[in-house]
Write a protein that binds this ligand. Structure first.
Ligand code: A2P
Length: 333
């Protein structure tokens, strides 16, 4: 892809879409032109890029003509609807949805881990699931030093993963509860304010939800470790925009905690946050709006000589979605 780039954001009005807009500006991505696409609902709305107000357009068959790069974050069905049209128009699609992630011909990329796979794209590059990106970034540097045998992960996922309207819903629900009213649910399946619930994506016959299986299958693909043992439990919590994860890692031999801390502290995209005296560790409120994944509470697993425990928080909208997508786009240029 040659500079400067004619960019379209599909899903520009959403939680990730608006972040993409800010990141393109902030990271000085070489934008030749920018088209903001969303559903009919948003026609007439405008968003600001580099001080200029741009009108949001409804996506149509002609939207991708003369476009080099489409950053898509409008859900899987919208991505599936427009992918052929995008690729045939000659643009590269960096897709934030799960629609194409497990297709063998589609690179699934975390730029700090497998940037070289981007070269083999056939028009579509997939951005991994948010929880997968955050965990992968934190544990891959350890895996490179000593291979991980098994991962047990529990997630604490914010409302932002369900989109901008879910974030608004949690605020309304909180207000309703504080006013003694019954909270309403429209986007989220259950009240999330002052509550939590297991991720409500469809369940398989083994009792795992789709979100959990995304962590399993996508991590294996990104690490190029098809047999890596992973089990996940994904929970939605009443946090607005940063996800947290408790990760248990089993290695084939003992991994020193001191070495693990050093590796985390020196790996790109990570920040070691540990104040053992002050009992201060990563929190979603501190991870929100930041590029780095915060990692801490790295400790020996007392139940296994070759086990490590760690805790991480990362901005779901940023490194979990929009930032990773823009980093992929940067690899392309
Ligand atoms: P709109 O705001 O017009 O509904 P989020 O993940 O935060 O919910 O955002 C989803 C994004 O995807 C929004 O920009 C939304 O636009 C867009 N979107 C949803 N459905 C469609 C569709 N059928 N066609 C184009 N854009 C869509």
């Amino acid at each position: 892809m040659s500079k400067p780039v004619r960019v379209a954001i599909l899903g520009a009005t959403g939680a990730v879409g608006t972040e993409l807009l800010g990141l393109l500006e902030h990271r000085e991505f070489p934008v030749a032109s920018l088209k903001l696409l969303a559903s009919e609902r948003s026609v007439g709305n405008s968003l600001t890029f580099k001080g200029e107000s741009l009108l949001v357009e409804a996506v149509t068959e002609n939207s991708f003509r003369g476009i080099d790069l489409v950053l898509a974050s409008a859900g899987g069905s919208t991505s599936k609807t427009w992918a052929k049209n995008i690729v045939e128009s000659g643009a590269v699609m960096v897709d934030n949805s799960s629609a194409f992630r497990m297709k063998s011909e589609v690179p699934l990329v975390i730029p700090e881990i497998n940037p070289e796979t981007t070269k083999h794209h056939q028009g579509i590059i997939a951005n991994p699931n948010c929880t997968t990106i955050l965990m992968g970034l934190a544990i891959y540097p350890l895996h490179q030093v000593k291979p991980i045998k098994r991962i047990v992960v529990s997630t604490y996922q914010s409302a932002s993963g369900a989109g901008a309207r879910a974030m608004e819903e949690v605020k309304f629900q909180s207000q309703a509860i504080l006013n003694g009213q019954t909270p309403k649910t429209k986007i989220l399946p259950y009240p999330l304010a002052f509550n939590l619930f297991p991720h409500n994506s469809p369940l398989n016959s083994e009792g795992y939800c789709t979100e959990e299986m995304k962590m399993v299958n996508e991590t294996r693909k990104i690490f190029n470790e098809p047999d890596l043992k992973i089990t996940a439990t994904c929970i939605r919590v009443p946090v607005l925009r940063a996800h947290s994860e408790a990760v248990n890692l089993e290695f084939s031999t003992r991994f020193s905690v001191t070495e693990a801390r050093e590796i985390v502290a020196n790996s790109p995209g990570l920040k070691l946050v540990e104040d053992w005296r002050g009992n201060y560790f990563p929190m979603p409120i501190d991870a929100s709006g930041r590029d780095e994944v915060l990692v801490g509470r790295i400790r020996q697993d007392i139940s296994h000589p070759n086990g490590l425990e760690l805790w991480l928080c990362g901005d779901q909208i940023r490194k979990g979605a929009a930032l990773n997508a823009v980093q992929i786009a940067e690899l392309l240029i």
